[in-house]
Design a protein. Structure first.
Length: 179
């Protein structure tokens, strides 16, 4: 299975105290609250928030660590974070996974053993529409998730194409690497 050794999530940074069963850099990257606040001020996070008086966040360094290891970093970000990510030196390829029609979404959820209410399904579709309207200009690809296997295969096909075909980037992205 090609994808099991290719896709990785970055770890989260947290100001929470490490539990005995946890390892730094595996479960989370544990840093002090003051260091976390300093990193926020320095713009080191793509996104961050506070939960039960502890900070949690996805740092650009954590994403770079995955990318530099030759892996594809998978992120599930709040759409507001896309501006920060797209403005970084990482130059991500953003895939938006959109829900199918109301009826197909209902069928998929029932097939998965869920008993969704129409309001929930309509809310999912409406929120996705809002995301596309407000943040669609950051998306490089949109996949309609009518069927999970087909959607995944569509994503793999796109990744294979991106790996095989030359990609063109503006010269300014290369910084000091050009004449």
């Amino acid at each position: 299975m090609y994808y099991k050794n290719v896709f990785f999530f970055s770890y989260l940074d947290t100001s929470r105290t490490k539990r005995d069963s946890e390892s730094d850099g595996v479960d989370y990257h544990f840093i002090s609250r003051s260091q976390f606040e300093s990193d926020i001020t320095s713009g080191k996070f793509v996104e961050h928030g506070e939960y039960e008086k502890n900070y949690y966040g996805t740092s650009l360094d954590a994403i770079r660590a995955v990318v530099n290891s030759g892996k594809i970093c998978v992120l599930n970000l709040h759409p507001q974070s896309l501006k920060i990510l797209k403005s970084s030196d990482l130059k991500p390829y953003v895939v938006f996974v959109a829900p199918p029609s109301l009826e197909k979404l209902r069928q998929n959820r029932l097939k998965a053993g869920d008993n969704p209410k129409d309001e929930e399904l309509k809310d999912i579709i409406e929120k996705a529409r809002e995301m596309e309207d407000n943040y669609g200009h950051y998306f490089d690809m949109v996949i309609i998730n009518s069927d999970i296997d087909k959607a995944f295969n569509e994503l793999l096909k796109e990744i294979n194409t991106l790996e095989r075909e030359p990609q063109w980037v503006p010269k300014m992205w290369l910084g000091n690497y050009t004449n």
